[in-house]
Every structure is written in C-alpha cells, then in structure tokens.
Design a protein around this ligand. Structure first.
Ligand SMILES: Cc1ncc(COP(=O)(O)O)c(C=O)c1O
Length: 379
C-alpha cells in the first residue's frame, strides 16, 4: 500500500452521514416551519403534531398515528397497550439497537432472544418455535438497516398462538414487503425520528402507527399521564408527547422523503455495481419482493475492524451497527447468556460495517469508498 503523496492534497473526507448537506438544501423551509410554530405559541400536542400523525399514518398505509417523544417510548407504549406486564416474556432479535430490548425491560418484562438470518440480519422465523413459552406475550420484529423482516411466516406463527406482533420500524420508514409498507404489517409499528434516521427530527421524536382504534386510543392515554380526560387519570402513564417544533420540522422533511429514498436506492445500486467486482465483500441483500430503503448500507467482511481503521486513515467514515448483540450486553448479564448462544447475531456483530450513505452522497465519493475497500483487500 502506498502512502499519500505530499504533492497531492488529501481528497475531501467522505463522512458516513452528512446532515449539514441536507440542512444546506432545506434550511429555508425548516426555518419557515419553526417560525410558524413560534408564532402560534402552541408547543405540545397541537396542529402540527396532529397533521404529522395523519401524514405518517397515510405513508405507512394505516389509519392511526400517535406522536410520541421517541422511538423507544413508541416501543414501550405499544408493548404496554398490547398488554405486556411485568414478568411476561417478549421475543426479540439480539442483533438490534439496545432500545428494542430495553423497552421490554422497562415494563418489567423479559426479552427472550431469537436469532437472526445471516443474510438479511432480521429475525429468522424458523427460530421462534424454540424460544416461545407459555409466558410469551408478544413478538417485536425489527426491520434492520431499512429492510423488512420476513413477516408472513412470523405473522402466521403469532396468529396461531394469539400473540401480538409489533414492528420496530425505527430504521425502515418507507420500506415495503410484498407490496405492503412496513408499519402496516402487524398489530402496531414503532417509528423513531432520531436525527440520523431516514426521516429525522432536530431532537428526539417517535410515533406508533396502527390500524387498531383500541391500541391507538390506549397509546394516546398512556402518552399523557394515563389521562382519559383532562386531569382525570385512569391508569399510570408517561409524559411522552411529541412537540410541535419537531412535528413541523418533520412535516417539511416528509415532503422530501421519497426523493431522498430514491437517492439512497440509487447509491446502493452504484455501491453494488462496484462491489460486485470485489470478492470478499458481501453487499446487503434485498430479496425479491422487498423494497430496501438503505437507512444503512451495511457490508459484511472479514477483518472488519482493520478495514474500518484503513478507511478512517483515508478520511472515510464508517460505523459498526452493532458491535455487541443484546444477549452479550452487560445490561443483560443477569439473563445468563454466553457466547455461542446466538451464533448468527454474534458473527454479524463481528463482521458488519456500514459505509457512507445519505441522499446527498455523490458517485465519485462512492467510487472512492469502494476503491479504498478494494485496496484494503489487496494488502
Ligand atoms: C432499531 C431501533 N429501535 C429503536 C430505536 C430507538 O429510537 P429512539 O432513539 O428514537 O428512542 C432505534 C433508534 O435509535 C433503532 O434504531
């Protein structure tokens, strides 16, 4: 490997995510929307939030949206509304962001891990049978990186056992599975508008979407101190209300989401075209009938940590989502799991690397990233 020559200036960095590029394009629209909220002096549960709930529900192809303070709260409240109680068991994949499991724990329930498929990184439907017990009360399915899980067999499994299914759709807004949008596939779905998501707020925000009027009504009460009418609480609840400034910002961004999604998909196609010439790299899979929205463009490669260092020396950003599967997190030490319990999740945690991916990325930047990966593999 040759070191960069002193006569050639270093090429521009390629960040893994560039939110500043997005703000440069839409800053004017955002400032107008924020100004509108400031002028209204209505900051919580107002017109912007109600409009966003309708718009997001429509995008997901369902009838109800309930705006919340975060994606984590969306999981907690959806699980509670589905009847999950302390001591219950909830099936979840171990290869996900910690919130999928900690939302279960927050209710005093127990996450029961069930391994993923090595090709999609999503729940393996054929593993569920081994993990279900008489104490199982729900299943949380994650659509990781922007790709839907294989829902039909999971829904059939759940239906046969009368178990509610919740989609953790934090990473896959806009994705679809066999012609149906993620968010509409199960009893309820949870969205995160964390700033780095495909639809990201300028702070924390989240939403539950559902076709069930009962679940929607229950979550509306739970998000506001268990109040079924003003100052009359019928159950313990939370303060998890969506604020108006975030809702107004999200409504601006929502107008751009389908273009951004197309840009992500076109970058993924370019990565795939270039990476297909490099043996030793596994690009993300998008099975027939699935629309992947590439929240992350995640490759799989041996010597992943060395590649990440190599890229970083060349000012190319990359991130490991996620280096520790949930069953090996210190948080879950008390569950007594050990390495080897969920081999596909453990191997993925050692081999995945998410490359630069955001709508404003250019083909020349993608070529630089892929050239660097190729150079690394020649070393
Ligand atoms: C898969 C997954 N689940 C849940 C969450 C939690 O969302 P939030 O950060 O909005 O609480 C996130 C994102 O952070 C996520 O990626």
């Amino acid at each position: 490997m040759s070191s960069p020559s002193h006569s050639n200036p270093l090429p521009e960095p390629v960040p893994q995510l560039d939110l500043a590029a997005q703000y440069a394009a839409i800053g004017g629209e955002i400032r107008t929307a924020v100004e509108r909220v400031l002028a209204s002096q209505q900051f919580v549960l107002g017109r912007e939030g109600a409009a966003l709930e309708e718009e997001i529900a429509k995008l997901c192809g369902v009838t109800h949206g309930i705006g919340l303070a975060s994606g984590t709260d969306a999981l907690i409240l959806a699980l509670r509304a589905c009847g999950v109680q302390p001591g219950d068991e909830v099936l979840v994949p171990p290869f996900t962001f910690v919130a999928t499991g900690s939302a279960v724990s927050a209710l005093g329930a127990k996450p029961i891990f069930s391994d993923i498929r090595p090709d999609t990184y999503n729940l393996d439907p054929s593993e569920l049978e081994r993990r279900v017990t008489p104490s199982t009360r729900a299943i949380v399915v994650v659509h990781l990186y922007g790709l839907a899980a294989d829902m039909d067999p999971i829904l059939a499994f759940a239906k046969a056992r009368h178990l509610p299914v919740i989609e953790d759709n934090a990473q896959a807004i806009g994705a679809s599975y066999k012609g149906r949008r993620t968010g509409s596939l199960a009893d309820a779905a949870c969205l995160s508008f964390y700033p780095t998501k495909n639809l990201g707020a300028y702070g924390d925000a989240g939403m539950v979407v559902t076709n069930s009027p009962e679940l929607a009504a229950s979550i509306r009460i739970l998000r506001n101190h268990g109040q079924s009418e003003k100052y009359r609480s019928t159950e313990p609840g939370w303060n998890s209300r969506l604020d108006e400034i975030q809702a107004a910002i999200l409504r601006v961004k929502l107008r751009h989401l389908s273009n951004w999604q197309r840009a992500r998909q076109s970058h993924a196609a370019e990565y795939k075209r270039l990476l297909s010439q490099i043996p030793g790299v596994m690009p993300p899979l998008a099975p027939e009938g699935y629309e992947h929205v590439y929240h992350q463009y995640t490759i799989r490669i041996e010597y992943r940590d060395a590649l990440q260092k190599f890229l970083s020396e060349r000012k190319i950003g990359s991130t490991i989502y996620y280096p520790y599967p949930l069953h090996l997190q210190p948080l879950y030490a008390s569950l007594g799991h050990k390495p080897g319990d969920f081999p596909h999740s453990e191997r993925a945690a050692q081999e995945v690397l998410s490359l630069p991916m955001y709508p404003e990325l250019h083909n020349e930047q993608i070529a630089r990233v892929v050239d660097a990966v190729a150079e690394f593999l020649k070393c």
